[in-house]
Design a protein around this ligand. Structure first.
Ligand SMILES: *Cc1c(COP(=O)(O)O)cnc(C)c1O
Length: 249
């Protein structure tokens, strides 16, 4: 269940402000090392499992991008922010997308990072069209060395690299969706720098066919530096901003 409570106590506000300052410092250093302007990287706060009050506090600190990984959590939180008069947030969906929930995600998400199977695309596109919206869509790539077993709702998700071109073409051709680029989670046990370099390579190939799909969503709390070095445009940061999640978050 989404926690839509809006209690914003002073302690939590200070905690989030100092966490944000620490993350901003890491991003600034990583950008400087990579010779990139800070403005080339968007910081997305992953607020999954966190109460709506945290979203409100982050918005108050000037953070405009928030991400959820469960369809049933994002909608209520977005509604709670609207009811509280918090304007101008961009909502990202970063969870495993299931076909039967795709249309519901399209009702509240502005950006979907996890398009990883062709059969999701018509459902997501139809949901967007039905709600009169155009979603920014990223194709999620599985960068693990060995293919994960085919499964709905398990694993870390992602299309195998060889499936990425056709999936990108399909997204680009769908009404209601705007192909923006690629997303990946660094596989457990793999050097994130190597994984993100591979992602960047795939992105170069993809842009030959889709020049406007320039977004690269990569980097979490533990590997944002490697992601910035590899050219990430969107960092998805949870624990470094919000603290440790409860188990099973
Ligand atoms: C939870 C999550 C994140 C944030 O991870 P942290 O390690 O807490 O920063 C990023 N991306 C995805 C897809 C997630 O599910």
């Amino acid at each position: 269940m989404a926690d839509t409570s809006l209690d914003t106590s002073g302690d939590r506000a200070e905690e989030l402000a100092s966490a944000l300052a620490r993350v901003e410092e890491r991003v600034a250093v990583a950008c400087a090392r990579a010779g990139r302007p800070r403005t080339s990287v968007v910081l997305v706060a992953v607020t999954k499992t966190r109460p709506a009050s945290d979203v409100r506090l982050l918005a108050g600190l000037g953070l405009g991008e928030v991400a959820e990984n469960k369809e049933q959590e994002g909608g209520p939180k977005r509604a709670a922010m609207a009811a509280a008069g918090v304007q101008g947030l961009t909502w990202h969906f970063v969870g495993q997308l299931q076909r039967n929930k795709a249309a519901a995600v399209a009702a509240w998400a502005d950006v979907v990072h996890s398009v990883d199977r062709e059969r999701l695309v018509p459902a997501l596109a139809a949901g967007a069209v039905k709600h009169g919206r155009v979603l920014d869509a990223l194709v999620q790539v599985d960068l693990s060395a060995a293919p994960a077993p085919e499964q709905e709702g398990g694993g870390r998700g992602g299309a195998r690299p060889e499936a990425v071109p056709a999936l990108c073409d399909l997204v680009a051709a769908s009404d209601g969706l705007r192909l923006r680029g690629l997303m990946a989670v660094a596989p457990l046990g793999l050097d994130p720098a190597a994984a993100f370099a591979r992602l960047a390579e795939l992105a170069v190939t993809m842009r030959a066919d889709h020049p406007s799909a320039t977004w690269l969503s990569a980097g979490m709390s533990g590997d944002l530096e490697q992601a910035v070095a590899a050219g990430a445009t969107h960092l998805r940061i949870g624990t470094a901003l919000l603290g440790n999640r409860p188990p099973l978050g």
